[in-house]
Design a protein around this ligand. Structure first.
Ligand code: KG4
Ligand code: ZN
Length: 338
């Protein structure tokens, strides 16, 4: 089969990214322009600013991706772009750009689900990984425990009924004065903290035994802080960070272990920004060892938002014959498997 090279574009949140990916697994370039320093000033992502920055950066990011890959737009076999879920204004920038390129150069256009991209990041560094496998997708907007039954085919076992795991990290970080983005800051602070400081509820929730709820853990942190302050006591951010991280990682690991038992999985993959968390990686890896499953996890750069993962997912959509037309639009609330 001849080689397929895809230009992939990602602009769903606060990263403007473009990548050139060959045959779904070989990353020729992966350019990420992050807006984190700008949004940090406001304590979180400001959607209007995100859209404006994507517009300012996207052409340059694509040019850099092509240059680094030693390729031109004409060498591309298809253009893949994240069309949801995410911030509508941010998504629209990438979608409009991809449509313009595909239209002008008569190239196939492939809309990619952002979460499918995160899952597919695992294909890039682990060339032997093939479905079926179980995957825990934990990002700023999503927490899904998924059975990947085939390329592009997903059965959702459980999802969060309230906050996403990353969202909880970000909110707790803000509450204890660590700033944005919370995940890496909590992880750093947790290394110096005592995890037995705050005791958290660990109730099972939702319709499925695999559903998650993180708002209870987040509220417990806020209640703990209020109670301490009312009594005139000090809070130790490192201790709260350590306790919170242990609680979240504990829930994620428990669900992962139960799914491995039920489905007899021999492969388990982590994906999404929170998969960059060392405690979570170590926890899931340990469970995989105990259950005899092979553990997969992208490197940290491929866990957080990037376009290489969109190129990987786009490739398998391309092989499945999926093409989008000029009516492709941003879908902020896009569901997995839709
Ligand atoms: O996947 P991602 O880049 O964007 C979304 O699709 O949401 O994930 C971003 C999320 C943020 O909530 C961030 O705090 C979290 O991933 N995150 C982490 C770590 N690095 C990023 N959470 C915990 N530990 C980390 N080291
Ligand atoms: Zn993401």
């Amino acid at each position: 089969m001849s080689d397929i090279t895809i230009l992939a574009i990602e602009s769903s949140c606060d990263e403007t990214a473009a990548a050139v990916v060959k045959n779904g697994r070989e990353v020729k370039s992966n350019i990420i322009s992050t807006q984190i320093p700008i949004h940090t000033l406001y304590g979180g992502v400001v959607p209007e600013i995100a859209s404006r920055k994507h517009i300012e950066r996207i052409n340059q990011v694509i040019r850099e991706a092509l240059k680094e890959a030693g390729a031109t737009l004409r060498d591309m076999d298809a253009i893949a772009v994240t069309y949801g879920p995410g911030l509508v204004g941010a998504l629209l920038v990438g979608v409009a750009e991809a449509k313009a390129i595909a239209y002008a150069l008569h190239k196939p256009l492939i809309g990619v689900h952002h979460i499918e991209g995160h899952i597919s990041a695992n294909y890039i560094e682990d060339k032997d990984l093939k479905p079926p496998f179980l995957c825990l997708v934990v990002s700023g907007g999503h927490t899904h425990l998924v059975r990947v039954t085939d390329y592009g085919k997903y059965e959702i076992l459980g999802r969060t009924v309230d906050d996403a795991a990353g969202e909880a990290f970000d909110k707790v970080a803000r509450a204890i004065g660590l700033g944005y983005p919370g995940g890496p800051k909590i992880e750093e602070a947790a290394k110096r903290g005592d995890a037995s400081t705050v005791v958290f509820p660990r109730a099972k929730v939702g319709d499925s035994a695999y559903d998650f709820s993180f708002s209870g853990i987040k509220s417990a942190v806020l209640n703990y802080i209020n109670a301490r302050q009312m009594k005139g006591g000090q809070i130790v951010p490192e201790n709260i960070a350590a306790s919170f991280q242990e609680a979240v990682v504990g829930v994620l690991c428990d669900h992962a272990a139960a799914a491995m038992d039920e489905f007899g999985a021999d492969k388990f993959a982590l994906a999404g920004g929170v998969a960059a968390n060392g405690a979570l990686r170590a926890g899931i890896e340990q469970i995989c060892r105990e259950k005899g499953a092979k553990f997969y996890c992208p490197s940290k750069l491929l866990c957080t938002d990037n376009a290489a993962m969109i190129g990987a997912a786009g490739y398998y959509s391309y092989l499945a014959g999926r093409r989008d037309d000029w009516s492709l639009n941003a879908v902020p609330g896009l569901k997995l498997g839709a």
